[in-house]
Design a protein around this ligand. Structure first.
Ligand SMILES: [Mn+2]
Length: 385
């Protein structure tokens, strides 16, 4: 990502703030696992979108009403301290943070309280992205009017810019590759855990992280949509469902594949797989500006209900929750199933059938860019599309 990307995002967002208000955007807090040991760190998506800074302990203040242009954007970073440098290596220097973000005024985090009190007295309308920040501000400055930055940022992040689409495409390719490596290693009586290790190893080797913990679900575990345990094992004639997403440059992919361990479906597995695949093809082809995830979901559901009847299976099996979603910096990105699709939005299409009595769960999921006249697949999709 270039500093221009983040600068343009700040400029677009600043229009929603207004000249009589400020926005305070915190990055994510670190979360302690135990003692001085922390969970892996991931910056807040909105903070990253506006700054390009991935380091913890940083705050952005936007004050579009300031007459001095340099005072309209203030980035606070923690800088080096003896403790963090000794244990974690050097922190960003102000000039580095300025180069990455395009923010001219980078200040030490220690100065934040001073700026907060000065700015809130001049601009009492304050929008924030963090509940704890809101609580602290309300206590310290009881007369200010607090609101959320989220509606405006949710809206901005819906339409992906070409650089963002490139990153999602890369993340999808890395994810697809990881699933292929895992499928090539498939064998009976293999632990889901081992397959997860193969998936993660492949994604990390490709320079990516994980946008979420992979779902690896053998046999009846595949009938639970977000099966987390990964304590099961594959069986000779069983299925395995992978639902995996690499995160590349902080952008997520999300791909699901269901495959037979032996390389060949049983008749019953094939029948259920084909119902899902047919629904997915119908769903994918329906992507275009003006429609919604919910409408596409209804089309896929109708197709599945019709086919389930033909197989004598209960049509209630098609009554799974809406699970397709927007994709971006977050795997479940801003936007909902009822957002009218527009060119530049990226969504998943993930129909499934979960036949618990027979221990057969099938889900197929691909990543789709909405274009001016329809759609473009960012993952490989069902082979006939
Ligand atoms: Mn998904």
């Amino acid at each position: 990502m270039t500093p221009q990307f983040h600068t343009q995002n700040r400029q677009a967002f600043a229009k929603h703030i207004g000249d009589d208000a400020i926005a305070i955007i915190d990055t994510a807090a670190t979360i302690t696992r135990r003692g001085d040991y922390e969970y892996p760190y991931r910056p807040d998506s909105n903070f990253y979108y506006l700054t390009g800074i991935s380091e913890a302990q940083a705050v952005l203040i936007l004050a579009p009403g300031q007459s001095n242009p340099k005072a309209r954007e203030l980035l606070f970073i923690s800088g080096d301290s003896n403790h963090t440098s000794q244990w974690q290596g050097p922190r960003l220097a102000p000039e580095q943070a300025s180069d990455m973000s395009g923010v001219a005024s980078v200040l030490p985090l220690n100065d934040l309280p001073f700026y907060l009190s000065r700015l809130t007295s001049r601009f009492p309308n304050v929008s924030v992205n963090d509940d704890e920040r809101a609580r602290n501000l309300r206590q310290q400055f009881p007369t200010i009017a607090l609101s959320s930055v989220l509606p405006a940022l949710d809206q901005l992040r819906l339409i992906k810019q070409p650089v963002e689409i490139d990153l999602i495409r890369r993340a999808a390719a890395i994810t697809e590759q990881a699933i292929q490596v895992a499928v090539a290693a498939l064998k009976p009586n293999q632990s889901e855990f081992e397959l997860e290790g193969i998936l993660i190893g492949s994604m990390l080797s490709a320079g990516a992280r994980l946008s979420f913990d992979p779902i690896v679900a053998a046999d009846s575990n595949s009938t639970y949509i977000h099966y987390p345990a990964k304590t099961g094992h594959t069986s000779r004639h069983g299925l395995i469902l992978f639902d995996v997403g690499a995160e590349f440059g902080l952008y997520a992919a999300d791909i699901s594949r269901t495959v037979p361990v032996s390389g060949t479906f049983t008749k019953r597995q094939q029948a259920i797989y084909d119902i899902v695949k047919k629904a997915q093809i119908i769903g994918i082809k329906a992507h275009r500006p003006g429609t919604t995830i919910a409408e596409i979901d209804a089309l896929m559901r109708a197709s599945q209900i019709e086919d389930l009847k033909a197989f004598g299976l209960p049509t209630t099996l098609a009554d799974y929750p809406h699970i397709s979603h927007h994709l971006g910096l977050d795997v479940h990105d801003t936007g909902s199933a009822y957002t009218k699709l527009e060119p530049g939005m990226v969504v998943t299409c993930e129909p499934g059938l979960y036949v618990r009595d027979e221990g057969i769960g099938v889900r197929l999921e691909d990543d789709i860019l909405i274009t001016a006249d329809g759609y473009e697949l960012l993952s490989s999709g069902p082979e006939v599309v």
